[in-house]
Design a protein around this ligand. Structure first.
Ligand SMILES: [Zn+2]
Length: 244
């Protein structure tokens, strides 16, 4: 297994003790385990979170925690392979991680979330932590998305990102061996069920036959590379306090 100098899980106790004397920022990659259509694996969000985290770590000199492989995946309930933890659990994980880091002098936690439905729990975790420990928290769920979406040829489905041209391009950029583009499809679910979805507890599994929301067939590694770097630029600027 390849050892990465930024990943805590691969470091020894003396290596970490030395690293945290200088490095005061830690990144927590947060993913999910849920269907991503016929062409991407269930771990897509988790793999993306880790890959983005490693690239960000190089830019801002941070350590990277082991990725959290499950998230709040209510919308895919009942579909084989889905594992969903509730919003409270997502919040508790972030808070417990932050408190652990605070014990040995880490000053900043960056939660790099690759799964949209985790986002609101992260916001509340950060707000609650502000009252409890002095650690600075940033949380990102694919920032600059409107700008990044302009680089795609196909529109998003209701502004969402799921197994579409965007997400497929990102995974092609960071883990191409995990994408089976021969199986990629396009699907834009419409109809009364879609209208109800926005105003009810209807799961998304009821809307799309393939599990794709958008046009995955147009995804490319080249587009993905540009998009991934744009998203990382945005995160880096926010963390450094630069104008975005
Ligand atoms: Zn995803």
């Amino acid at each position: 297994m390849e050892k990465n100098r930024y990943e805590l899980a691969y470091m020894t106790r003396p290596e970490v003790e030395e690293a945290v004397k200088k490095i005061k920022t830690v990144i927590l990659p947060f993913g999910a385990t849920e269907q991503h259509g016929p062409h991407l694996p269930l771990g897509t969000d988790t793999f993306l979170a880790r890959a983005f985290a490693l690239r960000l770590a190089k830019r801002i000199e941070a350590l990277v925690l082991p990725e959290i492989p499950v998230g709040y995946s209510y919308v895919w309930k009942g579909i084989p392979g889905t594992v969903s933890i509730n919003q409270e659990t997502v919040k508790t994980i972030v808070k417990d991680v932050a408190k652990s880091l605070d014990e040995y002098g880490i000053k900043r936690l960056v939660v790099l979330n690759a799964h949209g439905a985790n986002a609101s729990a992260l916001k509340y975790a950060a707000r609650e932590l502000r009252e409890e420990i002095p650690i600075e928290i940033f949380y990102f769920t694919y920032p600059a998305l409107d700008e990044v979406a302009k680089l795609a040829e196909s529109p998003r489905w209701h502004g969402m990102v799921h197994a579409c041209e965007l997400e497929t391009s990102w995974l092609l950029a960071v883990c191409p061996e995990l994408c089976d583009m021969e199986k990629a499809v396009a699907e834009y679910p419409e109809g009364s069920e879609v209208d109800r979805y926005h105003y009810s507890s209807l799961p998304m599994g009821a809307l799309s036959k393939s599990g794709v929301f958008g046009d995955a067939t147009l995804a490319t590694k080249e587009k993905g590379e540009v998009m991934v770097e744009k998203i990382l630029d945005h995160m880096e600027k926010v963390i450094r306090g630069q104008k975005i």
